[in-house]
Design a protein. Structure first.
Length: 360
């Protein structure tokens, strides 16, 4: 059995790219903390949107899908699941809510990870929830001709529990000693978790839920407002590529986790930048430079549209403008169409808009 020593990363010389990422994230975190204290109510809608997007994207990465309207209804608990995929989605919703509400009271220990997995799988009728794998699993890849090959072989079932306990203990020790930036060892923990692949089902979703949990516990709560899972889904190919690259030599303890660290820091930074752009849409500086909430719904819609490049839809604008209603967004779009600032194309669900200055 290989060993894990996350505290040893305190002695590692990190390259400039990783250090730049961490410095920028620290700066954005400070800005987020300030705005959350000043305008908590304005961000409530962002939380609701992020929950839906996180649940949808994390499940869709694993091929678990339903319609957008059904996803939203399930996340908001306005309907009951109809099939296996929707039961899986409901389980993710529940664990995500637990992490949102109780992250400071969830120890990073194997038995708690098992309980989170139990809740993830609770509606599926499967006996796999809350138990480590009982058969060997493999990470496979499908070639263009349809044949499969084994990309990585995780640890054996009998090794799983001691491995999970080892990474939990090593991570907690490093965090307690405060000798390594959590931003550097959170991706390492998640990568090790994925290499262990402790469950026969749900490993990918659990890894993303644990990512949120660890980030929240260290004060990086951008995933509460902007979906980290959505950003991972948008870069899914890169996600799997860096996992593969960072896994080479893992069983011998000779892996290089830096590709996955850089990838995850890039995702977190992208989320913070998106959060800041949403905040800019909601607010404007007065003559003294103080931030005030925009009073005009059309002003908010206009600012949202000015932040967009290329085609955009009404739903995208609704997501960027969490403090105003659907009818206010629709009114703002109509006003901007009438003034010639934007143009509408298509009909029904195919409707999209473009800024007029993009058509000149």
């Amino acid at each position: 059995m290989r060993t894990f020593d996350y505290a040893s990363f305190s002695k590692k010389m990190w390259d400039t790219e990783i250090l730049n990422y961490t410095n920028l994230i620290h700066e954005y975190k400070g800005k987020q903390d300030l705005y959350v204290r000043q305008k908590p109510m304005e961000l409530k809608r962002l939380v609701e949107i992020a929950k839906v997007q996180s649940t949808e994207s994390s499940n869709r990465i694993e091929g678990i899908v339903t319609t957008a309207s059904r996803i939203e209804a399930i996340v908001k608990e306005k309907t009951t699941p109809r099939n296996r995929d929707e039961y899986e989605i409901a389980g993710y919703r529940d664990v995500l809510n637990t992490i949102h509400e109780s992250h400071d009271y969830i120890p990073i220990r194997g038995n708690y990870i098992l309980q989170l997995h139990r809740d993830l799988m609770q509606y599926t009728g499967s006996n796999l929830g809350g138990a480590y794998k009982i058969t060997q699993n493999y990470l496979k890849e499908t070639r263009e001709d349809g044949t499969e090959f084994i990309r990585f072989t995780p640890v054996a079932p009998y090794e799983t529990e001691p491995y999970v306990n080892e990474i939990c203990e090593s991570y907690q020790k490093a965090i307690d000693e405060q000798i390594v930036d959590p931003l550097l060892i959170i991706p390492v923990f998640i990568h090790d978790f994925l290499c262990i692949h402790p469950f026969n089902d749900g490993n990918g979703r659990m890894s993303r839920l644990l990512t949120l949990l660890l980030l929240y516990q260290s004060g990086y709560e951008v995933g509460r407002y902007i979906s980290i899972e959505k950003h991972i889904e948008k870069t899914k190919t890169s996600y799997y590529d860096v996992l593969d690259l960072a896994s080479q030599g893992w069983h011998e303890g000779k892996e290089n986790p830096e590709p996955f660290i850089k990838y995850m820091l890039g995702v977190i930074l992208a989320c913070y930048r998106e959060f800041e752009s949403r905040v800019e849409v909601l607010s404007k500086p007065d003559e003294e430079g103080k931030v005030l909430v925009k009073s005009s719904a059309t002003d908010i819609v206009r600012a949202a549209i000015q932040s967009r490049i290329g085609k955009f839809t009404k739903t995208e604008i609704l997501n960027i403008c969490p403090t105003i209603s659907r009818s206010s967004v629709e009114a703002g779009l109509r006003e901007m169409i009438a003034s010639g600032e934007i143009k509408r194309f298509g009909t029904g669900r195919s409707t999209y808009y473009l800024r007029s200055d993009a058509l000149k």
